[in-house]
Design a protein around this ligand. Structure first.
Ligand code: UDP
Length: 250
């Protein structure tokens, strides 16, 4: 039990979420990398909770993860509603950026997989300028022809990274990692969503006050209304239904 005696894991919608702050998560990742074996990380957000209800493969991939952070203010609100408060939300992008800093400080070598060629190349340049001591095991775009995937996996395996960050969107990245984690044989695997787009400056993040108010979704919606309005509307209705069901069950 950690100091302050808050629970280490909190079960939300059948998923055991690690109740860790961002710095605690970084320490845990470093431990997992140094312990050997194969570990997968995932962030649980509203979109994933809703998708897992109808996508058994995604559900299996999430449930098998060794480290699970809660991303998104609604998930933290729900944890309070159920009387098991999470310490804080840990967003994928914050975790990714701080993890790159930690890797630079500790000499850990990440491999970055995902996004369009020009975007990942730009993200690599930005990271190397920001953290001059960062050494990458390699990087590659997240697009390939059918049948090429085995070679992509083999190429990553041979680069022997300490960790693999996959930015291919969800659930694509979770399913990719679940499919290949044994063959990849590397200690830490994580999906980082659209993080390379943010680091490369292709997508802007919401201002801090909006993030703190739990309004990041509104900012994203304003940027890409056509693509996102339906997703948010459908997801949120489904999320409310799940919260209601869980509330009654408890
Ligand atoms: N992406 C990728 N390979 C794919 C599809 C998407 O690498 O086959 C990348 C995409 O270029 C972007 C990131 O995944 O950098 C997130 O994509 P998207 O915004 O579509 O994900 P979503 O928000 O739908 O999860």
């Amino acid at each position: 039990m950690s100091a302050g005696s808050s629970a280490e894991k909190i079960t939300l919608f059948g998923v055991a979420v690690d109740n860790l702050t961002l710095p605690e998560t970084l320490d845990r990742i470093e431990q997992l990398i140094r312990s050997g074996g194969v570990h997968q990380h995932v962030v649980l957000n509203v979109d994933k909770i809703v998708r897992m209800e109808r996508d058994a493969a995604l559900r299996a991939a999430v449930l098998e993860c060794d480290l699970i952070n809660a991303d998104g203010q609604p998930v933290v609100w729900v944890s309070r509603l159920f009387g098991q408060p999470l310490k804080e939300r840990v967003t994928g992008i914050d975790l990714f950026e701080q993890l790159m800093e930690r890797c630079a400080a500790r000499g850990l070598r990440p491999y970055l997989l995902g996004a369009r060629e020009a975007v990942v190349a730009r993200a690599v340049a930005v990271l190397q300028a920001r953290y001059p001591r960062l050494r990458l095991a390699g990087w590659r775009s997240g697009y390939w022809a059918e049948g090429e995937e085995v070679a992509v996996v083999e190429h990553i395996r041979q680069a022997r990274p300490d960790l693999l960050c996959v930015a291919m969107g969800s659930p694509r990245q979770e399913l990719f990692l679940h499919r290949w984690k044994q063959q990849l044989e590397l200690p830490f695997l994580m999906g980082v969503g659209g993080s390379f787009d943010v680091v490369a400056g292709v997508v802007r993040r919401a201002p801090l006050w909006m993030q703190r108010a739990g309004l990041e979704w509104l900012f994203r919606l304003a940027q890409e209304p056509r693509r996102l309005w339906r997703r948010y509307l459908v997801d949120d209705m489904a999320f409310f239904r799940l919260v209601w069901r869980e509330w009654r069950r408890r």
